[in-house]
Design a protein around this ligand. Sequence first.
Ligand SMILES: [Zn+2]
Length: 66
Amino acid sequence: MTQNTPKIVNCPSCQKPVTWTEDNKYRPFCSDHCRILDLGDWAAEKHSIVGEPFYPVEQDEKDPLQ
Ligand SMILES: [Zn+2]
């Protein structure tokens, strides 16, 4: 059995080292903040949406069973 060594990546937004783990739901970003920043950049650069604000929607609903 080999122990899984966590992979370290750089956050695409701020270049901070990020540990790539199952727990890190923001990977490859260091935080939700950077993830949204990057999505915003992507939308602005690739799509050039004019006159329509881009709001990434978090699909992070609470567990309905609780
Ligand atoms: Zn970051």
